[in-house]
Design a protein around this ligand. Structure first.
Ligand code: C2O
Ligand code: CU
Length: 497
């Protein structure tokens, strides 16, 4: 069964204010300059070996991360997704300026893809860079459903001997019988699910209810001991009786890390992606400095640092020259007391450091996005904004009532802008938590000639003004990329045609 037998248009829900077919087709012709790349993906339940334990989870093709998808800028990506999951799902192409009807937001840009159904995504990929994809259905991305999308630059200016993709994850799925859905339920008392935010039609897997106090379809009477445990471990990183949450590099726990190999003197391009649901990571490579070349896919003026801070969904590309030995690449769960690790090995026989190692670079110069400048060729031409959209993040940890301007997510609400406008989005954080704010379909710019990004950290009680050009009509989500915040309400829509 195909979810879109008559092509994408038939899959678009009523009330969708997309640009008309002509407009989309014309924009698409301008973007599609290259080959068509056909790929088949299956979302499926899997058993995964994390290095020291096996968990039941959901993956793309039984791998964690899913296999990288590689295209060249200008190519058209044609992906058939087969949904073998027990729930509806979608695919969202994080950071890509694509046609709106392929953006993968259920109930907004397409109907959910039912269990057993398929959907054909087909869109031109205009810009080179490091991207990734994940479902936009509930908290599914906090299972094993994520993979890199690498868009090659036909005129690649960087020279390097190796390219590594490093995906950093916090892991809660299946470790002690809990699931991300159960954690969300516990955080919100079932509110998010009942509001239909995760498009699961009120259905709940029996595995999700295991250990909960409610019955199937019923309102949980109160957090069970297990779920209370899951919550505090997720939020505070309390190791408890298992090392939990797990912190993973490319799907492996620090006890059995991935090892990358190179020769001393080799130049390595590392593409870091934080795919965690709830964890910022501070990242360093022992014995090395890193030169940042890109963030969120877009080039920056090269900047050298000891450590990087990555909010959820952010990407950084760095260049490193390999030294001689075995070096820990450590991603510290910021504020949580856990870490993920991988190894850089340039000599045989040398012993690997223990998983508890803390390279001194982690405490050295720490780079955050506000210290970067966009490379000249991607800098927006300065101009006064035509409009300012003020998005104030509200809510508290205790009530878990995250919202924008006091209103939890409502799929019928839009912040309207007009095509052709320079739009300023003022992210105002009125809460005590920090939030990685993400806009779909566009890459905004940070103030003062700052980097082009699609996701930016907004610190507690701080404001960040970003600007973008409204050049890609449609309905575009703006949300916190802490998946538990967005699914409990910190999400809205900017729309224009
Ligand atoms: Cu990674 Cu709504 O996105
Ligand atoms: Cu948030």
């Amino acid at each position: 069964a195909s979810g879109n037998p008559g092509g994408p248009a038939s899959a678009v829900p009523p009330g969708y204010v997309s640009p008309d077919g002509e407009e989309v087709a014309a924009a698409e012709r301008g973007r599609a300059r290259g080959a068509v790349r056909e790929i088949r993906l299956t979302a499926t339940p899997s058993s995964l070996d994390l290095g020291d334990r096996t968990v039941r989870t959901w993956t793309y093709g039984d791998e964690l991360p899913g296999r990288p998808v590689r295209v060249t800028a200008g190519d058209t990506l044609a992906v058939r997704l087969d949904n073998n999951l027990p729930r509806s799902t979608t695919l969202h192409w994080h950071g890509i300026a694509l046609r709106n009807d392929m953006d993968g937001v259920p109930g907004v840009t397409q109907q959910p893809i039912r269990p057993g159904a398929s959907f054909d995504y087909r869109f031109a990929v205009p810009d080179p860079g490091t991207y990734w994809f994940h479902p936009h259905s509930g908290v599914q991305l906090d299972r094993g459903l994520y993979a890199p999308l690498i868009v090659e630059d036909p005129r690649e200016p960087l020279e390097y001997d190796h390219e590594w993709i490093v995906m950093l994850d916090d892991w809660v799925d299946g470790v002690d019988g809990s699931t991300p859905d159960a954690v969300l339920d516990e955080l919100t008392g079932g509110r998010a699910r009942m509001a239909g935010m995760d498009d699961s039609e009120g259905a709940q897997d029996t595995e999700d209810l295991e250990g909960a106090d409610g019955g199937p379809g019923g309102r949980p009477a109160g957090p069970s001991r297990r779920l209370r445990g899951a919550r505090s471990r997720l939020l505070e990183g309390d190791p408890g009786d298992v090392a939990y949450p797990y912190y993973l590099v490319n799907g492996r726990a620090p006890e059995d890390p991935r090892a990358f190999r190179a020769k001393p003197g080799d130049r390595i391009r590392i593409r870091f992606v934080n795919v965690g649901g709830d964890t910022p990571f501070r990242v360093a490579l022992g014995g090395h400095t890193m030169t940042v070349t890109h963030t969120d896919g877009y080039p920056v003026e090269h900047t050298t640092t000891d450590a990087l801070l990555l909010g959820m969904a952010e990407r950084y590309d760095v260049l490193v020259t390999a030294q001689d030995g075995v070096f820990p690449l450590v991603a510290l769960a910021e504020g949580k007391g856990g870490a993920a690790m991988a190894l850089l090995r340039t000599s045989d026989g040398a012993a690997a450091p223990p998983p508890s190692v803390r390279p001194r670079e982690l405490d050295g110069r720490l780079l955050t996005a506000d210290r970067l400048k966009a490379a000249e060729d991607v800098r927006l031409t300065p101009r006064d904004p035509d409009r300012t959209v003020r998005l104030r993040m509200t809510g508290s940890m205790a009530r878990y009532d995250w919202a924008i301007n006091g209103k939890p997510y409502d799929p019928a609400q839009r912040y309207p802008v007009r095509a052709g406008e320079r739009v300023r989005v003022s992210f105002i954080n009125g809460t005590d938590m920090w939030h990685p704010m993400h806009l779909h379909g566009h890459t905004f710019q940070l103030p003062g000639g700052g980097p082009r990004k699609d996701t930016t950290i907004v610190l507690p009680h701080h404001k960040v003004d970003v600007e973008f050009d409204a050049d890609n009509p449609g309905l575009w989500m703006v949300h916190c990329h802490n998946i538990y915040h967005s699914e409990s309400g910190l999400m809205t829509i900017i729309g224009y045609r």
